[in-house]
Write a protein that binds this ligand. Structure first.
Ligand SMILES: Nc1ncnc2c1ncn2[C@@H]1O[C@H](COP(=O)(O)OP(=O)(O)OP(=O)(O)O)[C@@H](O)[C@H]1O
Ligand SMILES: [Mg+2]
Length: 299
């Protein structure tokens, strides 16, 4: 196809993926027990390498978008995400969910504060180092899919593996493609697919390399109920079966109920953090949020 993709050349085996700095445990760890649910807030100070067992740590992170009217998208957020857990991030539109995900994944730099992936501190990393970290250790399902229009479905799914010079694990790849239901569409291009199908390509692409952490921004937003349930079951399975970590933004209480924990943002702050709430408890929290008095916008 003439797409000569950059290859880093390091022959990392699948079994040792993501372990370049020893931060990832064996590839087949079991999930955490419910008692080990992650906690928000800064319970105890992390050491220089962060809290052991955390997949992602966000400490005192603020993000202020400049301009004539600066917007505080994140306001001093502290959150820890344990390895092998699934967290749902909820909250009204504009509450900072995507911004938090982007900062936590190293896609955007916070204005202040610190982000760690495993024991790697992102704040001191160069752009080149961040690019490499995202490529090797992070999967991201964007709110707007971000598929490459010139590539087929199959090439999109294989892109992260090709960029990092790693051979995809064929059995896993086949399973992911089957579970997102794309087997018949591998030779098509994104423009030839429905929104839900594009969403599923983005999901398969993020899962294909089995990254340490999978960030998903409304991964089921464009899917019908049945396909959404399959995708959520797949995300749940990667957490339970392989000890990967999923952090998922969603507006849907049913989707959130697949998670071990639900965190709610409002006005750039974490206002609720619930371990394993049911659909009804989640919906109630969101409804209560709507009844909160407006923050002192007018001063
Ligand atoms: N590049 C930007 N420049 C200026 N303001 C921005 C920028 N990106 C986001 N914002 C603002 O930051 C705030 C948080 O945005 P963010 O995209 O994180 O919200 P969200 O919770 O993901 O919302 P949604 O549910 O609609 O996706 C919003 O007020 C938004 O307008
Ligand atoms: Mg968003």
């Amino acid at each position: 196809m003439g797409h000569r993709l950059h290859c880093c050349g390091s022959a990392l085996s699948i079994a040792s993926k993501g372990v370049e700095n020893g931060s990832l445990e064996g590839t087949r760890t079991m999930s955490m027990s419910p008692a080990d649910i992650p906690v928000a807030g800064n319970a105890g100070r992390p050491g220089p390498a962060g809290h052991p067992g955390d997949a992602v740590g966000v400490e005192g992170v603020s993000k202020i978008y400049g301009g004539e009217q600066p917007v505080t998208a994140l306001d001093n957020v502290d959150a820890r995400f344990r390895r092998g857990t699934m967290t749902a991030v909820m909250g009204p539109s504009g509450s900072g969910k995507s911004t938090m995900l982007h900062c936590a994944a190293g896609l955007d730099r916070p204005t202040s504060g610190r982000v760690r992936i495993g024991d790697t501190d992102l704040s001191s990393m160069s752009e080149k180092q961040l690019t490499r970290l995202r490529r090797d250790r992070v999967g991201f399902i964007f709110q707007a899919f971000n598929l490459v229009g010139a590539l087929t479905v199959e090439q999109n799914i294989l892109l992260p593996s090709r960029l990092s010079g790693r051979k995809p694990e064929q059995a896993w790849l086949a399973e992911v493609i089957e579970r997102v239901g794309l087997g018949q569409r591998l030779r098509h291009r994104p423009t030839e697919l429905s929104g839900g199908q594009q969403q599923r390509v983005a999901i398969a692409r993020a899962l294909a390399t089995r990254p340490e952490v999978i960030f998903c921004d409304e991964p089921t937003g464009a899917l019908d109920t049945q396909t959404a349930a399959e995708v959520l079951a797949l995300l749940r399975a990667v957490v339970d079966d392989t000890g990967q970590t999923v952090i998922m933004v969603t507006h849907d209480p049913v989707a959130a109920s697949y998670a071990d924990r639900v965190m709610v943002l409002a006005d750039g702050r974490i206002v609720t953090d619930m371990p394993q709430p049911g659909v009804r408890a989640i919906a109630e929290q969101l409804a209560n949020l709507g009844r909160r008095p407006a923050p002192n916008r007018e001063g």
